[in-house]
Structure formats: C-alpha cells, structure tokens
Design a protein around this ligand. Structure first.
Ligand code: DAH
Length: 307
C-alpha cells in the first residue's frame, strides 16, 4: 500500500503528475491510473482480510477450551466423628443450662484421686491403670478432677460439663484405648437429689439415643448409677464384645460425696450435688454402629469419609 498509494508512492506520483499532461494523454492516463488504483485497493483489502482470518484462526487454535472435560473436585475436610458426637453432647447440656469448662491433661494425683475421695486402696488408683509422671503427677485417668477445679473457691449454683482427653494404661482392643475422651458433668446447688441426676441423664440419653438405654448399678460411687447402651455389635443378644451381657457401659454417675464438697470449701450441710462421666468413643460407637474403637484413631480416610 505504501509503495504504490502512500504519500511518496508510485501511483500517487503518476496521479499528481497528470496536471502537466496534454488533455488527450491526461484522459488516457487517468482512466488507466483509476483502473490500477481500483485493482490495487481490492487486492490490499483481500490480503488484509486473509491476514485477519489467519490471525483469528491461530488464536482460536492456541486458546482451545474443552468445555466437556469433567471438573476437578476440591477435596473437602470434615469433622472427626468423635468431634461431631462431642459437639452434640455439648449442645444437649448447654440446652439444659450447663456451661463448658476445661482442665489440664497433666494433673496432680491429689485432684485425680484424693480430692475425689478415692481411698488409697480404691481400684481406680491401681498403678497398672495409671500413667504416672512422678509420684504426685499423672496423666488424668478421668475428667473428674475438673470437678475439683470447678468447685474450689466457687459458690454454688455450679452447673458445668467438661469434655477432654483421658489416659489409662489399658491394652488396646475393640472397646479400650490408652487415650480416650470423656465428658464430665457436675451440678451443685441447694436441694440437689438423685432425682435431679436421674432426670438429667434420662433427658440426655433420650435426646441422643432415643429409647435404647438402660439405667444400671455403678459400683464405684455411692449412691450410684450407670448408663448402659445396647451392644453395638449384637444389639442386646449377647456376644464377645459385650461379654455376653448385651449391654455396654457409657457413663458412671453418682451423688457428690460430702467429703468432696467439704474439701473444695463447699458446706455439705447446705449444698448437695451430682456428677457423671461418660466415654465419648462408646457413645459414638453406639450412635454410628461402629464395632471397633481402633477405627477412630487409625486415620483411614475410607472410614472417616463416611461421617
Ligand atoms: N470418673 C468415672 C470413670 O472414669 C466416671 C464417673 C463416675 C464420673 C461417677 C463421675 C461420677 O462424676 O460421679 O469411670
């Protein structure tokens, strides 16, 4: 385009020079020059269109997008089933007016045993069951020491639950693990009786399970109660897991001993209380029909992704 029809182009020079020609020659050259200009412009427009098309085709080829490819799924995490169950337990008790408190996993033997009125020969103190750090310090075997922390220096009414990890040197099997989770509950006020304990646990058990629980005798506190659920494996017929009983313990409970209240500075003549402690793993096993506690801790996504 520049070579022929630009400012200094060859055709431009011819057209400019026409004024100097004789009229006869001017007409002839004019006709010819116009014809050439027409052809030239058509050829340039044609070439421009070809180049534009080629550029578009090159872009389409390089930016090809296959909208039929399946999308890439984002892997999405979720709560561990033990957390889900713990959250549900929290909700139920918060709904009954409890607050949530926490205590340390490394505890004094005093808070874990003595202050809870467990005499030196109480079966729970057995060295075989407890991970001692030294003679006076241990990994808590239960969440019950949080009761002592919740009562000392406090004035009733007290209404707390305390979820957390506990440790026992138990051999691993389908219903035991050296580390597991409990939720402790404690209520202290004027006029608290066994009936309050029963009503609280009854409402709790029905909220979580429906009807498949039973109250049962718990031999470690006095007066005492235990909550059992029908066995997760046999459903109550009796099998190896439940040792032929058809029931599995999930919770121990009792009235708070007057000595325990007194050692925390609460007058047992004025106040009374109840307490309970439940195993979260066993609650979760019942809830989801899981037959082996080890599944919770193996971190196999094929198991975990089912919840
Ligand atoms: N600490 C008991 C356990 O680990 C459970 C328990 C029983 C807690 C009776 C209590 C209670 O508060 O009153 O088996």
């Amino acid at each position: 385009r520049v070579k022929y029809s630009g400012k200094k182009g060859q055709l431009t020079a011819i057209l400019r020079g026409m004024g100097a020609l004789e009229p006869e020659a001017r007409r002839e050259v004019g006709e010819l020059a116009n014809a050439v200009r027409g052809e030239l412009e058509a050829a340039i427009a044609d070439k421009a269109a070809t180049l534009k098309r080629a550029a578009l085709e090159a872009r389409l080829a390089s930016e090809k997008l296959d909208v039929t490819l399946p999308g890439r799924e984002k892997a999405c995490g979720r709560l561990h089933p033990l957390h889900t169950v713990e959250n549900r337990i929290r909700e139920i008790f918060i709904g009954m007016g409890f607050t949530v408190v926490e205590g340390p996993e490394i505890e004094s033997a005093y808070n874990n045993f003595d202050a809870l009125n467990a005499p030196a020969d109480h079966p729970s103190r057995d060295f075989q069951d407890t991970f001692y750090i030294d003679e006076t310090t241990l990994l808590r075997t239960q969440t019950s020491p949080v009761q002592i922390r919740a009562m000392t220096g406090k004035t009733p009414p007290i209404r707390v639950i305390s979820p957390g990890r506990v440790y026992r040197s138990d051999d691993v099997d389908a219903t035991h693990s050296p580390m597991f989770h409990q939720v402790e509950g404690l209520v202290v006020d004027k006029g608290i009786t066994m009936a309050d304990l029963k009503g609280t646990l009854d409402l709790f058990a029905r909220s979580l399970f429906g009807e498949e629980t039973r109250p049962h005798h718990f031999p470690f506190t006095e007066p005492s109660a235990e909550v059992d659920v029908s066995c997760f494996v046999c459903g109550g017929k009796g099998c190896r897991l439940c040792k032929g009983e058809g029931w599995i313990e999930i919770l121990g409970a009792g009235m708070v001993h007057p000595n325990v209240l007194a050692s925390c500075g609460i007058d047992p003549e004025v106040y009374s209380g109840f307490a309970f402690g439940m195993g979260i793993e066993r609650v979760a096993m019942r809830r989801y029909n899981i037959n082996d506690m080890r599944l919770f801790f193996e971190n196999d996504v094929r198991f975990l992704s089912q919840f």
